[in-house]
Design a protein around this ligand. Structure first.
Ligand SMILES: Cc1ncc(COP(=O)(O)O)c(C=O)c1O
Length: 480
């Protein structure tokens, strides 16, 4: 029997009520967890539902009295699971969302139940230590041994923190007019968004033209910087991308690194999507120059197969982080002399999301991720060749796990052919058999397939190619 002193609620029955059925609920959760992994292909990729129906189901379900753990889980299984996106399905080739490694998904439950605040070492000693180990490992992988680092809730936040660091190095503090930040027109939209949040005006962000598959034109970058200096502006940073979202292009990091050194600009690399490819010996040369980065944003929740959200910012300039985020807390926060995360970055309370990465690597090893990345790239090239055989036009030069293809019947205006791609994507997605997006590149709409998936195999890719060919042929004939 608990005494009232043992209960945080002052009433034994309140605590008993919360914990009632815990063992049964944990077993039920475990069973659902296993079935999610074992029965990936038994649910459609995209759920056959709509917002109105779901709203009607969920309306009024949050009340003064709860229904208890067991009932809430039963309702999850009945109402929510069938209406959830099948992101880990082998034919989810969509936005850059991965199928998570099971150890990482299990770690999420433990992170949440222990609820250690990763903002400070003494509130999360074990988890912070695991994160430190990971920061060292990732820094080594990218050739910036000894870099500072921090897990953050998304690549967007990692790039935001990096731009703030670059700005503080340039101005000593807040933004001022005339600062110039450069990124390619093919960069992720989060660069523009975070630049705005970091206090830059729209005209302070210079969009540099891209070439070929979407890689930054370094000559154009150099010209922009030169012109801006002549006009009295203050160039301060370049955000390069190692793996663009639309087409998987890699900016010429080596040349950009040299230019940044020469011009004394902060060199940030958005390796959120493509970073995992550095695990492959065959791809390493394509990352040459990243070891001269001032900061790198990496999303383990993309191609390292960790559940959302786990992003990592590596930063070579610990002193700048200290200067940018130094603050004093009103309450007593013990310290062992080392700077805690809350003193080196934006978050105060911080989820210890690195534990999910640690658990995944400890359980499955780098080798598992390396093999999956390799397989994703090989299967993406296979998809391209199967689609080419079936009459699709392929965007050439793919190196990562993004394939772009276009169905181009001989007749039809460019606008009608663009609409046809969207119609093909809609048709396949609504069948529940596969999920992928479209993208704009070089003035056209393309079907875009992005594999960050542990479960995709050759037979899935072959099935998708056939499905696309049939759908494209029907859509062509049904065109208005
Ligand atoms: C290249 C790239 N950078 C940054 C981001 C933003 O990362 P997050 O969604 O983790 O905030 C994305 C998202 O897809 C991306 O593809």
């Amino acid at each position: 029997m608990r005494t009232s002193e043992q209960s945080a609620f002052g009433r034994d029955d309140a605590l008993d009520h919360i914990l009632a059925g815990l063992e049964e609920a944990a077993a039920k959760t475990a069973a659902m967890f296993v079935s999610i992994y074992r029965e990936l292909e038994e649910r459609p990729v995209a759920p056959p539902t709509d917002r109105k129906t779901l709203r009607a189901t969920i309306a009024g379900t949050v009340r003064e009295e709860g229904v208890g753990l067991t009932q809430a889980l039963a309702e999850f299984e009945q109402w929510l699971l069938p209406a959830s996106m099948g992101t880990p399905h082998p034919l989810y080739l969509g936005l850059v969302n991965s199928s998570p490694l099971p150890a990482a998904a299990l770690a999420d439950l433990l992170i949440s139940s222990l609820n250690n605040n990763g903002g400070a070492f003494h509130q999360s000693p074990a988890m912070t230590t695991c994160e430190d180990e990971l920061v060292a490992a990732f820094a080594h992988m990218f050739g910036i041994d000894g870099a500072d680092g921090m897990f953050l809730p998304g690549g967007t936040f990692a790039t935001l923190q990096a731009i703030v660091l670059a700005r503080v190095r340039a101005t000593g503090g807040p933004a001022r007019s005339g600062l110039r930040l450069y990124t390619s027109e093919a960069a992720h939209f989060s660069v523009a968004r975070t630049a705005m949040v970091a206090g830059l005006a729209a005209e302070d962000l210079v969009s540099v033209p891209s070439l070929g598959r979407g890689e930054m034109d370094v000559n154009a970058l150099e010209r922009h910087i030169g012109r801006d200096r002549e006009r009295g502006m203050t160039p301060f940073a370049v955000v390069a991308t190692a793996g663009t979202t639309a087409t998987g292009a890699l900016d010429p990091l080596k040349d950009i690194a040299s230019l940044c050194r020469q011009q004394n600009l902060w060199f940030h690399v958005d390796a959120c999507y493509g970073g995992a490819a550095i695990l492959l010996e065959s791809m390493r040369a394509r990352f040459a120059g990243i070891d001269r980065a001032d900061s790198i944003a990496i999303d383990p929740h993309k191609w390292f197969f960790i559940p959302v959200t786990a992003a990592l910012l590596l930063n070579v300039h610990r002193d700048v982080a200290q200067r940018a985020f130094a603050t004093t807390a009103g309450s007593y926060i013990p310290t062992d002399g080392e700077l805690d995360a809350w003193q080196r970055g934006i978050p105060t309370t911080r989820r210890s999301s690195g534990l999910a990465v640690w658990m995944a690597l400890r359980a499955h090893g780098w080798g598992t991720i390396r093999s999956a990345v390799k397989s994703n790239i090989e299967l993406t090239r296979l998809l391209e060749s199967l689609l080419a055989e079936r009459g699709f036009r392929i965007l050439e030069g793919g190196e990562l796990s993004i394939a772009c293809a276009r169905w181009q019947p001989r007749l039809g205006s460019p606008e009608a052919i663009d609409r046809l791609q969207a119609a093909i994507a809609r048709e396949v997605v609504s069948s529940g058999k596969a999920w992928f997006s479209t993208t704009r590149h070089a003035g056209c709409t393309w079907l875009r397939f992005n594999m960050v998936n542990l479960h995709t195999r050759e037979h899935h890719v072959r099935r998708l190619a056939d499905l696309l060919a049939t759908t494209a042929s029907h859509a062509t004939h049904e065109r208005p």
